[in-house]
Design a protein around this ligand. Structure first.
Ligand SMILES: NC(=O)c1ccc[n+]([C@@H]2O[C@H](COP(=O)([O-])OP(=O)(O)OC[C@H]3O[C@@H](n4cnc5c(N)ncnc54)[C@H](O)[C@@H]3O)[C@@H](O)[C@H]2O)c1
Length: 345
């Protein structure tokens, strides 16, 4: 097991990678614990949950809304969870985001911790302290920063993920490799069979590398003013594709990463060989579904990007595999590149 410690402001968060999730029993106090999970996870793992009150939400993004938070808060109150209580989220990104958000506002803030169960949440969502709920479909509009006390990432839990969810998480893993860790990229590139078989030892290594990178970024830039923006690699086009095609997040981000890599190639920031390696890796996990956003719609979809300020966006380019830079470009430039890339393919 590797323990990665994140210190931000006056909080300390421990990410435990490669640990069996049942160790959570040892990390919890004797009382005052409320467990939040989704119905899927409860069906698969519920019989091994620690013996505390469990609150279940429906699986999926639709549960990330303020009405669910309100109803959960009522249930916490009824159960007698007070200021000394702790909320343990056991689930993927949705459960972790909900648990973190609820813990940050319930009685002006109580403790929280996660058992992170999806690949996407292990490599991304549960590290960094961001949480949030959606507002009428607008993603993460209400949210804040709160570091969980600990996060357990047990790669053996990934065995029960559907193929689609697993691949969606792989896209975020590849993203981390592309922006911050060339060795991680090579590890994924050279071990495709092991990754496809979900080899826990291999995944443990990959998750540790991804969490270490994210931890370093978050420690330096908790509030997303600079370095943390690099984590949005692939997301400008990815969000547009997600909105237009309703793909799962990771698939849309993968398509966005292919485009952002192509954009980087057109600026001479990566070589043709590097571009082909990136495309080949994404393709080998079936991560490049088609998207053909009409020319007159792409600009409007990019305009909806939360990371936009005025007519500019901070676009993340690759500067070689394992290194990224954010540069301001106009929304028009981003849209024009998308349109041009359709004829280049
Ligand atoms: N806070 C952050 O920094 C951050 C970063 C990235 C994404 N997110 C958020 O994360 C969410 C997406 O996370 P997600 O992809 O984990 O979605 P999710 O939590 O909805 O999980 C996806 C599906 O997989 C199931 N599942 C999870 N773990 C499983 C397991 N071990 N076995 C079987 N089934 C399992 C869930 O029940 C669900 O049906 C989005 O809401 C996104 O906004 C947050």
């Amino acid at each position: 097991m590797e323990k990665i410690v994140i210190k931000t402001g006056d909080s300390v968060s421990e990410i435990l990678v490669g640990a069996g999730w049942e160790m959570v029993h040892e990390l919890l106090p004797e009382s005052g614990v409320a467990i939040l999970t989704d119905r899927n996870i409860f069906r698969i793992y519920g019989d091994k949950f620690p013996d505390f009150p469990v609150f279940q939400v429906d699986a999926g993004e639709a549960s990330k809304k303020i009405r669910v938070v309100e109803s959960l808060a009522g249930e916490l109150l009824e159960t007698g969870i007070d200021r000394d209580g702790i909320i343990l989220g056991i689930g993927g990104g949705v459960v972790c985001d909900l648990a973190g958000f609820l813990a940050s506002i319930y009685m002006r803030g109580i403790r929280c911790a996660y058992v992170s169960t999806s690949l996407l949440s292990q490599v991304d969502a549960s590290t960094g302290g961001k949480n949030g709920v959606n507002l009428d479909g607008a993603k993460n509009v209400l949210g804040c920063f709160k570091q969980p006390e600990f996060v357990i990432c047990d790669p053996e839990m990934l065995e029960t993920l559907t193929e689609e969810e697993y691949h969606s998480g792989l896209a975020e893993l590849i993203k981390t490799a592309l922006i911050g860790d060339r060795k991680l990229f090579e590890l994924i590139e050279n071990n495709r069979a092991g990754i496809s078989r979900r080899d826990p030892g291999l995944l443990s290594m990959c998750i540790s590398m991804a969490v270490n990178f994210k931890a370093a970024v978050v420690t330096e830039d908790e509030r997303e003013t600079g370095l943390r923006r690099l984590l949005n690699f692939g997301h400008t086009y990815g969000h547009a594709i997600e909105m237009y095609k309703s793909y799962r997040h990771g698939y849309a981000v993968a398509a966005g990463m292919e485009l952002a890599s192509r954009f980087s190639l057109s600026r001479g920031m990566i070589t043709r060989e590097e571009f082909e390696r990136i495309k080949d890796l994404l393709n080998s996990y079936g991560l490049l579904p088609g998207h053909d956003i009409p020319d007159d719609e792409i600009i409007h979809l990019i305009m909806k990007d939360k990371k936009k300020s005025g007519n500019d966006i901070s676009f993340v380019f690759l500067n070689g595999i394992g290194k990224a830079v954010a540069e301001k470009i106009t929304v028009k430039e981003a849209a024009e590149f998308y349109i041009q890339s359709k004829t280049d393919k």
